[in-house]
Write a protein that binds this ligand. Structure first.
Ligand code: IPD
Ligand code: CA
Ligand code: CA
Length: 278
């Protein structure tokens, strides 16, 4: 991106993330009255015809406006252009298990990285008609109104969330131990089943913090930018700096709660083999 072009182009990209997320949300709403056609990626990891249709909606919008850009889409994989420094990172339906069960917690997530750094992103909740959107350096918004992370001052007054991966491995066991330990130290813990929506909830202060192991870039792309632009902290689970394509285990929250979570969670990581060790 050369300097004079950059602001205009970034704005165009930003507006396109919003349009793509909302259009995919309309696709989800339109199809959600019909029976879901389910395929199993693994025993508990599902993909439906609606995930695929929403993803197609997003890809068509991106390719009609930015045909040269690379895309990483959860269901379709990579559409890679080695000459492009832009990568669109898409989760067309985050919270598929909830969607299959008609449990109302799922969303669309569309983020854009430039040279590996998140620069724009939108998360759309088609149930509440809430669009969360952020542009690097431009703040975070919900339906056009600026949002901030909470100012909850201590863990004892905090509402936190986490999630659990589809596979019950040692990280699942570890996270259960962390859950048990944090439960009594907070006002409550939640596991709603949509990591992108959890991040949007941190960005607008409905949650004070969120941590999870083994996430993918498409779960994290738009939501981590939202939290940062809303004044929150996002790091790897051991406190190292966050990179969307390489850091799957994260802690986020308002700055005070983020620090308090780090202090409680990091001791549990000693001796644990993470693919990205502390
Ligand atoms: C899942 C959700 C869930 C998280 C899983 C993700 P999906 O995404 O974000 O909250 O715990 O790790 O894979 O499969 O519904 O897009
Ligand atoms: Ca996801
Ligand atoms: Ca998904």
């Amino acid at each position: 991106m050369t300097a004079p072009d950059s602001i205009l182009q970034l704005n165009d990209i930003y507006l396109t993330t919003q349009r793509a997320a909302k259009s995919a949300g309309s696709t989800i709403r339109r199809l959600s009255g019909s029976p879901r056609k389910i395929d199993y990626k693994r025993t508990r990891d599902m993909v439906t015809n609606v995930d695929r249709a929403a993803e197609q909606t997003i890809i068509e919008i991106i390719q009609s406006r930015f045909p040269q850009h690379s895309i990483l889409a959860e269901e379709r994989g990579e559409i890679h252009n080695p000459d492009s420094e832009f990568e669109w990172i898409i989760d067309p339906l985050d919270g598929t298990t909830n969607f299959v069960h008609h449990f109302p917690a799922y969303c669309v997530s569309v983020g854009v990285a430039y040279q590996g750094e998140m620069v724009a992103g939108s998360i759309y909740d088609p149930i509440r008609d809430e669009l969360f959107h952020a542009k690097k350096g431009g703040g975070a918004f919900r339906n056009g109104q600026q949002i901030r992370v909470s100012d909850t001052p201590d863990l004892g007054k905090a509402l936190l969330a986490t999630g659990f991966p589809y596979i019950n491995d040692e990280l699942f066991e570890l996270n259960m131990r962390i859950w048990v330990s944090l439960y009594g130290q907070t006002q409550g813990l939640r596991r709603a089943g949509s990591a992108a929506l959890d991040l949007a909830m941190v960005a607008c202060g409905r949650l004070d913090g969120f941590w999870e192991f083994s996430l993918n870039p498409w779960d994290l792309a738009a939501g981590t930018l939202l939290v940062q632009e809303a004044g929150g902290m996002v790091t790897a689970i051991c406190g190292e700096s966050f990179q969307v394509n390489t850091v799957p285990h994260i802690i986020t929250g308002n700055p005070t709660i983020h620090q308090a979570m780090l202090e409680r969670i990091v001791p549990y990581l000693k001796g644990v083999e993470l693919d990205k060790p502390c």
